[in-house]
Every structure is written in structure tokens, then in C-alpha cells.
Design a protein around this ligand. Structure first.
Ligand SMILES: [Zn+2]
Ligand SMILES: [Zn+2]
Ligand SMILES: [Zn+2]
Ligand SMILES: [Zn+2]
Length: 361
């Protein structure tokens, strides 16, 4: 990952399940988290929504080592979010939790050399019920599972909510049976998001031609097409009234929104923009954080911008609903500028949610 300057973009691709597991150090969306270090995982309390207190679901993780920092030879940022649509009110980021973890090259969990890029022999599974060290994970969400089924003492859960979910989804039938239910595939509880690999590529510099068209008031066809393409791409997160209302009025808000659309129109499928120490692009002029709004890391160092999650990701999460659904304009992640050492612990980082302002008229 580049430091400052170049922006790198994340795109979604289908990938084999084994490729997205911990030993392959993936950047990915959905499924269970591919934990990096096995020590100091966030517990159920740290992974609960600060609004409704329900367990958050794993949203995505970015593998982002820091060159020149041996303790950050491996480094991952994991983002979790609430599944409850009513927790997504504008300007409220309490439904998200972000954690950073890093490991030196020589560590207790992974081989010194990178793994072979081929499926492991033991056969791929897409769900982990425990860490390599044997620490049990919740069968539903893949996070720490300190609670155990009181009958069979085999199934582990992060919370009572997930125990109930699993009981209804089939554990009721398998509990206490002398069968191999434990190792069979866990049923789909509709809690995890669909799984994709995130492929990172440098942002291509703006084409000169597009720049000229954008600058010239007479020749705006190309630019208008690009915006139209983006608008259709963002359909899941914006309704047409919102778009039209914003587009009709020449305000500061419009300018920010137009700039946002122009920039992402160059690569409409981007779901992530990565640039440590760089600047995020805002979707609105409202609810932009001031420096004082970004809390320092507990180590005392400033937190700086690391990456942002784009609204296009919503199109791939299957969260559409007729009424309210999980929603954001952009999610901006700030992490410790010192990459402070957390070999034995997952450090919580900071996320700022910015929403589309629908009532700018
Ligand atoms: Zn919630
Ligand atoms: Zn769980
Ligand atoms: Zn049981
Ligand atoms: Zn720090």
C-alpha cells in the first residue's frame, strides 16, 4: 500500500473460499472475518452496536502492511457494522466498529514465507468454528464465542442472540446427536454479508480529454455521460428524488456532490479508496469532521485518514429493502499515524459516516 500521494482503489471480485482465509492475508468483503493475530480479539462487547447493543456483522477487511516497519509486516484493518437498518441515522457512526491488528513476519501463527497460491490439502471450508489455537468462535458470526450450548457443550456463540438464531436454523435437530454435525457446513443464517475479494489497483490519473471536457462549458457530453453512469451505479443508495433535488440546485452542496460523482465516474465500480495520510473525498459539504472530531489513538498519536468505503459497496451487500435499509454516503476510516504496536491486541480505530443530504432544496 502506498503512503500518501497515490490513491489506490478497491474493486470486488469473486474468489475461491480458501483464498479469503487468514493464511492468505486477504482483503475481502463479507463472510466471517479472516482474523490476523489470534491474540486479543475484540470480544462481544467491543463488537456490539453502540446503538442497539446487538452483535455487529463483519463488513470488510483490508490487508495493509507498512513497509519499513517490521512489527507491521502483516497488518489488517477490519470493519464491522450493525445489521439493524434503524440504527443507520444520518451523522451517527455508532453502528460501526473498526479494529486494527498487526504482526511481525516471524510470529506464532503464520509461516515465515508466504503460502502457496493453491487450495490447501485438507479441503476448503468457508466457515471457521475455532481459531488455529483452538479458541472457539461463534458459529454465526465468526467472532469470539465465549457462550456454549448448555446441552451439547459443543456449539459456541458470541451472544444469546446468535445462539437463538442457530437453534432455530437447525441446531435444535443436531444438538447432542452423536453425529458429525459439528464439522458439517453451518446453515445460512442470513447474518453474514455476501463474500467477495477486494482487489486493489492504483487509481488511473484523470484522462486529459475528460479534464478538458469538464472544464469547457460547451463540451460537457462526456462528463454528463460519466455522471449518468455513476448515478445508475449508485441507485441502491440514492433515490431519484434525492438525486434530482440535488442536481437542480447550484449550491455549495451541489458542488461537493458533483465533484464526488465526477471523480468516481472515472472508475464507477470502485468500492474503496485507499491513501494513508491522504484526503478522503466527501459526498456532501455537511457533516465533514473537523480535526477535533477525530480522536487521538490511546497511544497519544494523531489518527490519520487511511481509507474510505464508497456507496457502491451497498449495491453488492443485498441489503435493499422497501423501507429503511443499511445506508451510507461514505465511510471514512482513520487509524493511528504511529501504527502503534498491538501485536497482542486488536486496537479499535475510528470511523466517520457521512450521509447524502437529501433536503438541500
Ligand atoms: Zn444497531
Ligand atoms: Zn455471533
Ligand atoms: Zn447444542
Ligand atoms: Zn496508536
Amino acid at each position: 500500500m502506498a503512503i500518501g500521494g497515490t490513491v489506490e482503489l478497491g474493486f470486488l471480485e469473486e474468489a475461491a473460499a480458501w483464498r479469503l482465509r487468514s493464511p492468505y492475508f486477504p482483503s475481502k468483503v463479507g463472510g466471517q472475518p479472516a482474523w490476523l493475530g489470534e491474540a486479543g480479539l475484540p470480544g462481544p462487547k467491543e463488537l456490539s452496536c453502540r446503538h442497539c447493543c446487538q452483535p455487529c456483522a463483519f463488513l470488510l477487511q483490508v490487508y495493509a502492511p507498512v513497509s519499513g516497519r517490521p512489527e507491521c509486516f502483516h497488518r489488517s484493518i477490519l470493519v464491522f457494522c450493525c445489521r439493524e437498518a434503524t440504527c443507520y441515522s444520518p451523522g451517527d457512526s455508532r453502528c460501526f466498529r473498526v479494529f486494527r491488528n498487526q504482526l511481525p513476519r516471524k510470529n506464532e501463527t503464520y509461516s515465515y514465507d508466504p503460502p502457496l497460491e493453491e487450495p490447501p490439502l485438507e479441503g476448503p471450508t468457508c466457515v471457521d468454528v475455532q481459531l488455529r489455537s483452538g479458541v472457539p468462535l461463534c458459529r454465526i458470526c465468526g467472532c469470539l464465542g465465549p457462550k456454549t450450548c448448555a446441552k451439547c457443550h459443543k456449539a459456541h456463540y458470541c451472544s444469546r442472540d446468535h445462539q437463538i438464531l442457530d437453534w432455530k436454523a437447525g441446531h435444535k435437530q443436531y444438538c447432542c446427536r452423536q453425529s458429525d454435525w459439528f464439522s458439517t457446513a453451518v446453515p445460512d443464517h442470513k447474518f453474514l454479508f455476501p463474500t467477495y475479494e477486494i482487489v486493489i489497483e492504483p487509481e488511473e490519473p484523470e484522462k486529459k480529454e475528460t479534464q478538458e471536457n469538464a472544464d469547457s462549458s460547451g463540451k460537457i457530453e462526456t462528463c454528463a455521460d460519466a455522471v449518468a453512469a455513476t448515478v445508475s451505479c449508485m441507485a441502491a443508495s440514492l433515490n431519484e428524488e434525492e438525486l434530482e433535488a440535488v442536481a437542480k440546485h447550484e449550491t455549495k452542496e451541489d458542488k461537493v456532490f458533483e465533484d464526488f460523482k465526477k471523480l468516481i465516474a472515472l472508475q464507477p465500480e470502485q468500492v474503496l479508496r485507499y491513501c494513508v495520510g491522504g484526503n478522503p473525498i466527501w459526498i456532501s459539504s455537511e457533516n465533514v469532521p473537523q480535526e477535533k472530531d477525530i480522536p487521538n489513538c490511546p497511544c497519544g498519536a494523531k489518527r490519520i485518514f487511511e481509507f474510505q468505503i464508497m456507496p457502491q459497496l451497498l449495491n453488492h451487500l443485498k441489503v435493499d429493502s422497501l423501507n429503511q435499509s443499511i445506508d451510507w454516503g461514505t465511510l471514512v476510516i482513520y487509524t493511528c499515524s504511529e501504527h502503534c504496536s498491538c501485536e497482542k491486541k486488536y486496537m479499535e480505530e475510528f470511523l466517520w459516516k457521512q450521509d447524502i443530504v437529501a433536503d438541500t432544496v
